[in-house]
Design a protein around this ligand. Structure first.
Ligand code: FES
Length: 375
């Protein structure tokens, strides 16, 4: 395979032009005297002679059949190394599964095997191809003149001819050892991707839509876990709460990330009409997870009753059912309906009636299902 060079592109080398810039040179120790007119070349093509191509140097494999054979074996070895790497990745994946054993030693072993295997798989193919091109493929220089990008039919035909010649010159037909090992390496290389992608499933179904909140769950402060008495909240209070007992859930951190709620007490007549049914004596509860990209909406301005998300400044109006009044968020913060139990503690009246947090694929489907269930 030949590599075009740009040496021949400067075919106008040595040409002279009648147009020259004439400047008055400043005086200098070795330069012309002050005020002497100096002619400067107008373009770079006038400055340098075309250096031409350096003399061709044969490689060892060009002249020595033994060296060519050795290079062939080296290339094949690199492709075999790639195959070994791919197999090592598969072995690491299946022999050290992390579902049952999540100890540090198992994770370390798995990472080392997967990382080393993938490295060898890709490194073997890459270096094998480069070594093949540098040692065995044809090494003659060619000059390729610059021309318009769009080729004529004849040029396209010529291009096809060049590719065909390149394939023939690569020796892929004459060197079955290289060809077969390359085919093997390329065929096996995608396998790790296939098995690793398997771990992205199964479909989480309603996991993104549902939170752990259920009717009757007490609202407790985070992180102290104290239940909240409705009578303890004064106008303007803001409390970060979560459902009682959330620590015992099987995926505690995942559940906590979705279940964070802000409890705010307004004057009862300031609560939006649409939020009244889910409020208690002016106390309202809204998801703390921003509907833009999921940051915690944590800044409450008591005088304006605005909640601000610090990430991209989405602003929600608590007195207007937490609708968006500024910023990139597209939806209001979902309300958690609340009431009090027999002891005066705040409890959830039900879970959220729509998914909390940012958008995701199939959110509309989940939203429809949840609103049908809560109707
Ligand atoms: S995450 Fe809240 S505004 Fe972007």
């Amino acid at each position: 395979m030949s590599a075009p060079t740009g040496h021949g592109a400067s075919g106008a080398s040595g040409a002279t032009s009648p147009h020259h810039n004439v400047v008055s040179n400043a005086p200098g120790p070795a330069g012309p005297a002050a005020g002497t007119a100096v002619e400067l070349p107008r373009s770079s093509t006038e400055r340098f002679e075309n250096p031409g191509l350096p003399p061709h140097v044969d490689r060892m494999a060009d002249t020595d059949a033994k060296a060519a054979k050795r290079a062939e074996r080296q290339v094949a070895s690199l492709f075999v190394l790639s195959i070994v790497g791919t197999l090592l990745t598969l072995v690491g994946y299946f022999v050290v599964p992390l579902r049952d054993d999540t100890s540090a030693a198992a994770v370390l072993t798995s990472n080392v095997l997967l990382g080393t295997g993938l490295f060898l798989a890709l490194f073997g193919i890459g270096t094998g191809a480069v070594h093949w091109a540098k040692t065995l493929m044809p090494d003659h220089e060619e000059v390729d003149e610059r021309h318009a990008i769009e080729g004529s039919a004849a040029e396209q035909e010529e291009a096809v001819g060049i590719i065909t010649t390149g394939v023939a010159e690569s020796g892929i037909g004459r060197r079955p050892l290289i060809r077969n090992t390359l085919v093997g390496a390329l065929a096996l290389a995608p396998l790790p991707a296939v098995v690793l992608l398997k771990d992205t499933g199964p479909n989480p179904e309603g996991v993104l839509a549902e939170t752990i909140w259920r009717a009757g769950d007490r609202l407790v402060t985070d992180p102290t876990g104290n239940p909240v008495l409705a009578s303890d909240l004064v106008i303007g209070s803001v409390v970060h709460v979560q459902p009682q007992g959330i620590e015992e859930s099987s995926h505690f951190l995942d559940e906590k990330a979705k279940a964070a709620v802000l409890l705010i007490r307004l004057e009862p007549d300031e609560v939006a009409e649409s939020a009244l049914a889910g409020s208690y004596a002016g106390i309202v509860a809204y998801s703390k997870i921003c509907t833009h990209m999921g940051c915690p909406v944590a800044l409450y301005e008591q005088t304006t009753q605005h909640l601000l998300c610090p990430c991209h400044q989405s602003t929600f109006d608590v007195a207007a059912d937490c609708k968006v009044i500024f910023g990139p968020a597209a939806r209001a913060l979902p309300q958690l309906p609340i009431e009090v139990d027999g002891e005066g503690y705040l409890v959830a009246k039900s879970g959220f009636s729509e998914p909390v947090g940012p958008s995701y694929w199939e959110r509309e489907k989940d939203e429809k299902r949840m609103s049908e269930e809560s109707a």
